[in-house]
Design a protein around this ligand. Structure first.
Ligand SMILES: [Zn+2]
Length: 305
């Protein structure tokens, strides 16, 4: 019954919102210009920030999920539906990351761009998600540059008059990502091969470890199934001991309790919280995609060196 009431109220809110125009005023605009800007809606904060760097001030970019929120199993709210109805496009990651996205967009009349449709997946190798694509491709700066290319192309198709703008913005942004990529490659190349292990809570670093030549070890494959079994715990502790892994890590959107057990049972330090699925708020260390990559790679450098 409660579900039915919630569903009806969502429909009501949606019908009210769809009566409004697809364009909204930008708060930052001066009174002189009085232009309106179109809204691009992203599924999560990391993607929203990448899109902002491609679209810049010509569009308003919003994220459905807020900073710090667990994204995989998010439950959209009625106000999310209202926000979505004011956008001209909904952009999601895909590869099964947003378990809620399919249902969410099914009742909306917005275009949809799914970035992963143009990416090569790395597949999850165990448990319930075995054989499914690992969704966290953005965690590697090399793939982040591909996100930019895909967004430039797909947004240009929707708004051809803005193609040059998207391309120019994309190039400037990719140059910044390329600098991060080169610095991390250099670090790994100079790192002793025995120390090239990245131990995390979620198996969210496959693209990073694959692209830069690290071994990935994790406590659970995907946050949506974040159950630590005794077998996984034992396996991780054994490996950290056997390989003398200097530091272990966890992700910002889950509890690091289990990884603390690993650190306590071994000689490893707890190297800190890495950001993957969600940016931090403005005061945190990962308030943009670039800052997130810099924060993560800096912790990994300090932890493994
Ligand atoms: Zn995740």
């Amino acid at each position: 019954m409660r579900k039915k009431i919630l569903f009806l109220s969502m429909l009501l809110l949606l019908s009210l919102a769809s009566g409004s125009c697809n364009r909204v005023s930008n708060k930052n605009e001066t009174k002189e210009t009085k232009e309106t800007k179109e809204v691009i809606l992203a599924s999560f904060t990391v993607l929203a920030d990448i899109i902002s760097n491609v679209a810049k001030d010509d569009f308003i970019v919003r994220s459905i999920t807020k900073p710090g929120v667990e994204v995989h199993g998010y439950q959209p709210t009625p106000s999310d539906l209202v926000n979505a109805s004011s956008a001209f496009v909904f952009i999601d990651n895909g590869f099964g990351f947003e378990l809620w996205a399919e249902k969410f967009v099914s009742n909306l009349k917005v275009k949809r761009i799914t970035v992963a449709e143009d990416l090569d997946p790395i597949f999850i190798s165990e448990d319930f998600y075995k054989g499914k694509p690992n969704p966290h491709a953005w965690i590697s700066p090399k793939r982040g540059m591909l996100y930019v290319d895909i967004l430039v192309d797909s947004l240009s198709e929707l708004r051809p008059s803005k193609r040059t703008l998207f391309e120019e913005n994309g190039k400037i942004y990719k140059d910044k990502l390329s600098k991060i990529d080169k610095e991390f490659s250099l670090f790994i190349n100079n790192l002793n091969k025995d120390r090239r292990y990245l131990v995390s809570c979620e198996g969210a670093f496959s693209y990073l470890t694959n692209d830069y030549g690290l071994e990935e070890v994790y406590l659970w494959p995907v946050n949506a199934e974040s159950q630590i079994t005794p077998k996984r715990m034992t396996r991780t502790i054994s490996l950290v001991k056997e390989k003398n892994v200097p530091s272990v890590f966890c992700e910002s959107t889950v509890s690091n309790e289990s990884q603390m057990v690993v650190a306590n049972e071994t000689e490893a330090n707890f190297g800190g919280n890495l950001f993957v699925d969600s940016l931090s708020d403005d005061n945190g260390p990962a308030s943009s995609y670039i800052k997130m990559l810099e924060h993560n790679l800096d912790l990994i450098k300090k932890g493994l060196f």
